[in-house]
Design a protein around this ligand. Structure first.
Ligand SMILES: C[S@@+](CC[C@H](N)C(=O)[O-])C[C@H]1O[C@@H](n2cnc3c(N)ncnc32)[C@H](O)[C@@H]1O
Length: 301
Protein backbone atom coordinates (compact mmCIF):
# COMPACT_ATOMS: atom_id res chain seq x y z
CA UNK A 1 0.00 0.00 0.00
CA UNK A 2 1.36 3.44 -0.85
CA UNK A 3 0.94 6.31 1.50
CA UNK A 4 0.94 9.89 0.35
CA UNK A 5 0.91 12.55 3.07
CA UNK A 6 -1.17 15.69 2.99
CA UNK A 7 0.69 18.85 2.02
CA UNK A 8 1.14 21.27 4.94
CA UNK A 9 0.05 24.11 2.64
CA UNK A 10 -3.73 24.36 2.39
CA UNK A 11 -5.36 25.04 -0.97
CA UNK A 12 -6.23 28.70 -1.49
CA UNK A 13 -9.66 30.10 -0.88
CA UNK A 14 -10.94 31.61 -4.11
CA UNK A 15 -11.09 35.12 -2.69
CA UNK A 16 -7.53 35.05 -1.28
CA UNK A 17 -5.57 34.78 -4.52
CA UNK A 18 -5.35 36.97 -7.61
CA UNK A 19 -7.51 35.97 -10.57
CA UNK A 20 -5.77 36.96 -13.77
CA UNK A 21 -7.15 34.60 -16.41
CA UNK A 22 -9.83 36.04 -18.68
CA UNK A 23 -11.13 32.46 -19.06
CA UNK A 24 -13.18 30.60 -16.51
CA UNK A 25 -11.30 27.40 -16.90
CA UNK A 26 -12.55 23.93 -15.92
CA UNK A 27 -9.85 22.31 -13.79
CA UNK A 28 -8.21 25.74 -13.28
CA UNK A 29 -5.48 25.83 -10.67
CA UNK A 30 -6.20 29.03 -8.73
CA UNK A 31 -6.44 26.95 -5.56
CA UNK A 32 -2.85 25.74 -6.10
CA UNK A 33 -1.25 29.21 -6.20
CA UNK A 34 0.11 29.08 -2.60
CA UNK A 35 1.96 25.87 -3.58
CA UNK A 36 3.25 27.49 -6.77
CA UNK A 37 4.48 30.51 -4.82
CA UNK A 38 6.26 28.28 -2.32
CA UNK A 39 7.75 26.13 -5.11
CA UNK A 40 9.19 29.18 -6.89
CA UNK A 41 10.02 31.16 -3.75
CA UNK A 42 13.60 30.00 -3.24
CA UNK A 43 14.65 29.98 -6.85
CA UNK A 44 15.42 33.65 -7.45
CA UNK A 45 13.35 33.97 -10.60
CA UNK A 46 13.94 30.99 -12.89
CA UNK A 47 14.84 32.25 -16.38
CA UNK A 48 12.01 30.21 -17.91
CA UNK A 49 8.82 28.61 -16.63
CA UNK A 50 7.17 26.33 -19.18
CA UNK A 51 3.46 25.57 -18.76
CA UNK A 52 2.88 22.82 -21.37
CA UNK A 53 -0.88 22.31 -20.78
CA UNK A 54 -1.87 25.89 -20.13
CA UNK A 55 -5.67 26.03 -20.55
CA UNK A 56 -6.60 29.19 -18.62
CA UNK A 57 -2.89 29.68 -17.78
CA UNK A 58 -3.48 30.46 -14.10
CA UNK A 59 0.10 29.65 -13.14
CA UNK A 60 1.92 31.41 -16.01
CA UNK A 61 -0.11 34.58 -15.53
CA UNK A 62 0.50 34.54 -11.78
CA UNK A 63 4.24 33.86 -12.12
CA UNK A 64 4.69 36.50 -14.84
CA UNK A 65 2.65 39.15 -13.01
CA UNK A 66 4.36 38.52 -9.65
CA UNK A 67 7.80 38.25 -11.29
CA UNK A 68 8.29 34.77 -9.87
CA UNK A 69 9.92 33.78 -13.19
CA UNK A 70 11.70 35.92 -15.76
CA UNK A 71 9.73 34.50 -18.70
CA UNK A 72 6.74 32.18 -18.89
CA UNK A 73 5.90 30.14 -21.98
CA UNK A 74 2.38 28.73 -22.17
CA UNK A 75 1.45 25.91 -24.58
CA UNK A 76 -2.05 24.70 -25.52
CA UNK A 77 -3.24 22.23 -28.14
CA UNK A 78 -6.95 23.15 -28.38
CA UNK A 79 -7.12 25.47 -31.41
CA UNK A 80 -10.05 27.50 -30.02
CA UNK A 81 -8.23 28.20 -26.76
CA UNK A 82 -5.05 28.88 -28.74
CA UNK A 83 -6.84 31.42 -30.93
CA UNK A 84 -8.16 33.15 -27.83
CA UNK A 85 -4.66 33.53 -26.39
CA UNK A 86 -3.25 34.66 -29.73
CA UNK A 87 -5.87 37.42 -29.87
CA UNK A 88 -5.00 38.50 -26.29
CA UNK A 89 -1.32 38.64 -27.22
CA UNK A 90 -1.62 40.28 -30.64
CA UNK A 91 -4.92 42.18 -30.86
CA UNK A 92 -5.95 42.94 -27.27
CA UNK A 93 -7.54 46.31 -28.15
CA UNK A 94 -9.77 44.80 -30.85
CA UNK A 95 -10.78 41.90 -28.61
CA UNK A 96 -11.59 44.27 -25.74
CA UNK A 97 -13.73 46.44 -28.08
CA UNK A 98 -15.69 43.37 -29.19
CA UNK A 99 -16.32 42.47 -25.53
CA UNK A 100 -17.26 46.00 -24.46
CA UNK A 101 -19.79 46.46 -27.26
CA UNK A 102 -21.46 43.05 -26.94
CA UNK A 103 -24.92 42.96 -25.39
CA UNK A 104 -25.48 39.80 -23.40
CA UNK A 105 -28.90 38.46 -24.33
CA UNK A 106 -30.04 34.91 -25.04
CA UNK A 107 -30.65 35.89 -28.65
CA UNK A 108 -27.12 37.15 -29.08
CA UNK A 109 -25.68 34.11 -27.34
CA UNK A 110 -27.71 31.81 -29.62
CA UNK A 111 -26.49 33.75 -32.64
CA UNK A 112 -22.89 33.13 -31.63
CA UNK A 113 -23.72 29.48 -30.88
CA UNK A 114 -24.94 28.90 -34.41
CA UNK A 115 -22.42 30.93 -36.43
CA UNK A 116 -19.10 29.61 -37.56
CA UNK A 117 -16.76 32.41 -36.53
CA UNK A 118 -14.33 33.81 -39.09
CA UNK A 119 -11.18 35.80 -38.33
CA UNK A 120 -9.00 36.02 -35.23
CA UNK A 121 -11.13 38.43 -33.17
CA UNK A 122 -14.45 36.80 -34.04
CA UNK A 123 -13.08 33.33 -33.27
CA UNK A 124 -11.47 34.46 -30.00
CA UNK A 125 -14.61 36.33 -28.93
CA UNK A 126 -16.79 33.29 -29.69
CA UNK A 127 -14.55 31.03 -27.58
CA UNK A 128 -14.63 33.50 -24.69
CA UNK A 129 -18.42 33.84 -24.88
CA UNK A 130 -18.89 30.08 -24.98
CA UNK A 131 -16.46 29.62 -22.11
CA UNK A 132 -18.40 32.11 -20.01
CA UNK A 133 -21.93 30.98 -20.90
CA UNK A 134 -21.53 27.21 -20.68
CA UNK A 135 -21.74 25.09 -17.58
CA UNK A 136 -18.46 25.30 -15.64
CA UNK A 137 -16.77 26.96 -18.63
CA UNK A 138 -16.74 23.56 -20.37
CA UNK A 139 -16.67 24.04 -24.15
CA UNK A 140 -18.06 20.51 -24.72
CA UNK A 141 -21.39 21.50 -23.15
CA UNK A 142 -24.34 23.44 -24.63
CA UNK A 143 -24.96 27.04 -23.57
CA UNK A 144 -27.14 27.59 -20.52
CA UNK A 145 -29.95 29.70 -21.91
CA UNK A 146 -33.12 31.04 -20.40
CA UNK A 147 -35.71 29.64 -22.84
CA UNK A 148 -38.61 31.86 -21.78
CA UNK A 149 -36.95 35.26 -21.69
CA UNK A 150 -35.03 35.90 -24.87
CA UNK A 151 -34.00 39.39 -23.76
CA UNK A 152 -32.88 38.35 -20.29
CA UNK A 153 -29.37 37.69 -19.21
CA UNK A 154 -28.62 34.01 -19.87
CA UNK A 155 -28.71 32.03 -16.66
CA UNK A 156 -25.39 31.32 -15.05
CA UNK A 157 -23.43 33.39 -17.53
CA UNK A 158 -20.24 34.72 -15.98
CA UNK A 159 -20.00 37.73 -18.27
CA UNK A 160 -18.21 40.65 -16.62
CA UNK A 161 -16.89 42.86 -19.45
CA UNK A 162 -14.88 45.27 -17.24
CA UNK A 163 -13.11 42.46 -15.38
CA UNK A 164 -12.48 40.37 -18.48
CA UNK A 165 -11.07 43.29 -20.51
CA UNK A 166 -8.86 44.37 -17.59
CA UNK A 167 -7.38 40.87 -17.44
CA UNK A 168 -6.85 40.77 -21.23
CA UNK A 169 -4.96 44.06 -21.02
CA UNK A 170 -2.73 42.63 -18.27
CA UNK A 171 -1.96 39.60 -20.50
CA UNK A 172 -1.15 41.92 -23.39
CA UNK A 173 1.10 44.09 -21.19
CA UNK A 174 3.01 41.01 -19.92
CA UNK A 175 3.45 39.84 -23.51
CA UNK A 176 4.74 43.25 -24.63
CA UNK A 177 7.27 43.17 -21.79
CA UNK A 178 8.37 39.73 -22.98
CA UNK A 179 7.44 38.08 -19.71
CA UNK A 180 4.81 35.89 -21.35
CA UNK A 181 4.73 33.88 -24.59
CA UNK A 182 2.20 31.58 -26.14
CA UNK A 183 2.75 28.55 -28.39
CA UNK A 184 -0.05 26.54 -30.00
CA UNK A 185 0.95 22.89 -29.97
CA UNK A 186 1.57 19.71 -28.08
CA UNK A 187 2.77 20.05 -24.49
CA UNK A 188 4.83 16.85 -24.45
CA UNK A 189 6.66 17.95 -27.59
CA UNK A 190 7.23 21.38 -26.03
CA UNK A 191 8.93 19.74 -23.02
CA UNK A 192 10.94 17.48 -25.31
CA UNK A 193 12.03 20.51 -27.36
CA UNK A 194 13.65 22.17 -24.32
CA UNK A 195 17.08 21.22 -25.64
CA UNK A 196 18.70 24.57 -25.11
CA UNK A 197 16.69 25.64 -22.10
CA UNK A 198 18.61 28.05 -19.88
CA UNK A 199 19.88 26.48 -16.65
CA UNK A 200 17.28 26.80 -13.93
CA UNK A 201 14.31 26.29 -16.29
CA UNK A 202 11.26 24.87 -14.50
CA UNK A 203 8.06 23.22 -15.71
CA UNK A 204 4.57 23.47 -14.28
CA UNK A 205 2.49 20.62 -15.75
CA UNK A 206 -1.27 20.36 -15.28
CA UNK A 207 -2.25 17.77 -17.92
CA UNK A 208 -5.81 16.56 -18.57
CA UNK A 209 -6.36 14.03 -15.79
CA UNK A 210 -6.75 10.35 -16.39
CA UNK A 211 -10.40 10.16 -15.29
CA UNK A 212 -11.85 13.68 -15.24
CA UNK A 213 -10.18 14.88 -18.46
CA UNK A 214 -12.79 13.43 -20.83
CA UNK A 215 -15.61 15.34 -19.14
CA UNK A 216 -13.86 18.66 -19.34
CA UNK A 217 -11.76 19.01 -22.46
CA UNK A 218 -12.05 18.26 -26.13
CA UNK A 219 -8.36 17.38 -26.12
CA UNK A 220 -8.18 15.00 -23.21
CA UNK A 221 -6.34 11.99 -24.59
CA UNK A 222 -2.77 11.98 -23.49
CA UNK A 223 0.02 9.44 -23.34
CA UNK A 224 0.61 9.80 -19.60
CA UNK A 225 3.52 7.34 -19.57
CA UNK A 226 5.23 9.34 -22.32
CA UNK A 227 4.74 12.57 -20.36
CA UNK A 228 6.45 10.97 -17.35
CA UNK A 229 9.28 9.66 -19.55
CA UNK A 230 9.90 12.99 -21.24
CA UNK A 231 9.91 14.84 -17.91
CA UNK A 232 12.34 12.29 -16.48
CA UNK A 233 14.63 12.56 -19.52
CA UNK A 234 14.87 16.35 -19.22
CA UNK A 235 16.00 16.23 -15.60
CA UNK A 236 14.55 19.71 -14.97
CA UNK A 237 12.71 20.72 -11.83
CA UNK A 238 8.95 20.53 -12.16
CA UNK A 239 5.70 20.71 -10.25
CA UNK A 240 2.94 18.53 -11.67
CA UNK A 241 -0.65 17.96 -10.60
CA UNK A 242 -2.82 14.90 -11.16
CA UNK A 243 -5.79 13.01 -9.84
CA UNK A 244 -4.72 10.39 -7.32
CA UNK A 245 -5.55 7.53 -9.72
CA UNK A 246 -3.68 4.29 -8.89
CA UNK A 247 -2.13 4.20 -12.38
CA UNK A 248 -0.66 7.68 -11.85
CA UNK A 249 0.59 6.86 -8.35
CA UNK A 250 2.26 3.76 -9.89
CA UNK A 251 4.05 5.95 -12.43
CA UNK A 252 5.20 8.35 -9.69
CA UNK A 253 6.64 5.46 -7.69
CA UNK A 254 8.26 3.84 -10.77
CA UNK A 255 10.12 7.09 -11.46
CA UNK A 256 11.11 7.48 -7.81
CA UNK A 257 9.39 10.88 -7.62
CA UNK A 258 7.74 12.51 -4.63
CA UNK A 259 4.11 13.44 -4.05
CA UNK A 260 1.73 15.01 -1.55
CA UNK A 261 -2.03 15.20 -1.43
CA UNK A 262 -3.93 18.48 -1.50
CA UNK A 263 -7.57 18.81 -0.55
CA UNK A 264 -9.37 21.36 -2.71
CA UNK A 265 -12.88 22.53 -3.57
CA UNK A 266 -13.78 22.19 -7.24
CA UNK A 267 -15.95 24.62 -9.28
CA UNK A 268 -19.06 22.92 -7.90
CA UNK A 269 -17.99 23.33 -4.27
CA UNK A 270 -17.24 19.61 -3.87
CA UNK A 271 -14.18 18.59 -1.86
CA UNK A 272 -11.65 16.63 -3.90
CA UNK A 273 -8.14 15.31 -3.34
CA UNK A 274 -5.50 15.87 -5.99
CA UNK A 275 -1.81 15.11 -5.86
CA UNK A 276 1.18 17.31 -6.49
CA UNK A 277 4.32 15.65 -7.82
CA UNK A 278 7.92 16.84 -7.67
CA UNK A 279 11.06 15.04 -8.90
CA UNK A 280 12.60 15.14 -5.42
CA UNK A 281 11.04 15.47 -1.97
CA UNK A 282 10.19 19.10 -1.34
CA UNK A 283 9.80 19.53 2.44
CA UNK A 284 7.89 22.81 2.39
CA UNK A 285 5.40 21.43 -0.16
CA UNK A 286 5.21 18.21 1.85
CA UNK A 287 6.09 15.90 -1.06
CA UNK A 288 7.78 12.60 -0.08
CA UNK A 289 9.04 9.73 -2.21
CA UNK A 290 6.25 7.38 -3.16
CA UNK A 291 7.21 3.79 -2.51
CA UNK A 292 5.41 0.59 -3.32
CA UNK A 293 5.08 -0.17 0.36
CA UNK A 294 5.48 2.43 3.04
CA UNK A 295 5.52 2.65 6.78
CA UNK A 296 5.09 6.44 6.69
CA UNK A 297 2.13 7.62 8.71
CA UNK A 298 -0.76 9.01 6.66
CA UNK A 299 -3.75 7.87 4.68
CA UNK A 300 -3.68 5.63 1.63
CA UNK A 301 -3.66 7.44 -1.71
C1 LIG B 1 -6.13 20.73 -16.65
S1 LIG B 1 -6.24 21.81 -18.03
C2 LIG B 1 -5.14 23.11 -17.59
C3 LIG B 1 -5.79 24.12 -16.70
C4 LIG B 1 -4.84 25.22 -16.29
N1 LIG B 1 -3.80 24.73 -15.41
C5 LIG B 1 -5.58 26.37 -15.65
O1 LIG B 1 -5.31 26.70 -14.48
O2 LIG B 1 -6.45 26.95 -16.31
C6 LIG B 1 -5.38 20.90 -19.24
C7 LIG B 1 -5.29 21.59 -20.60
O3 LIG B 1 -4.41 20.82 -21.41
C8 LIG B 1 -4.87 20.91 -22.75
N2 LIG B 1 -4.24 19.80 -23.49
C9 LIG B 1 -4.67 18.51 -23.63
N3 LIG B 1 -3.77 17.80 -24.30
C10 LIG B 1 -2.74 18.62 -24.59
C11 LIG B 1 -1.50 18.45 -25.25
N4 LIG B 1 -1.12 17.27 -25.76
N5 LIG B 1 -0.69 19.51 -25.37
C12 LIG B 1 -1.03 20.73 -24.86
N6 LIG B 1 -2.20 20.96 -24.22
C13 LIG B 1 -3.04 19.91 -24.07
C14 LIG B 1 -6.38 20.85 -22.63
O4 LIG B 1 -6.99 21.37 -23.79
C15 LIG B 1 -6.60 21.71 -21.38
O5 LIG B 1 -6.77 23.04 -21.76
Amino acid sequence: MRVIPVSPIPSAHNSHVPHLSPLRYPGGKTWLLPHVKEWLANRRQPPLLLEPFCGGATVSLFAAAERLAQRCVMVEIDPDIATFWQACFRRADDLCSAIATFELTDQNVVWYETQKPVGLINEAFTTLLRNRTRFGGILNRPALLNPRATDARPRNARWYPATITRRIRIVSMLARRQRLEFIEGDGIQAIDALKYAPPGTVIFADPPYLHAGARMYRYHELDHEKLFEVLAAKGLDFLMTYDAAPAIVDLVSQHGWAAARVRMKNNHNQMRTEIIITPRPHPSLGTVRVRQESAVAGSPA
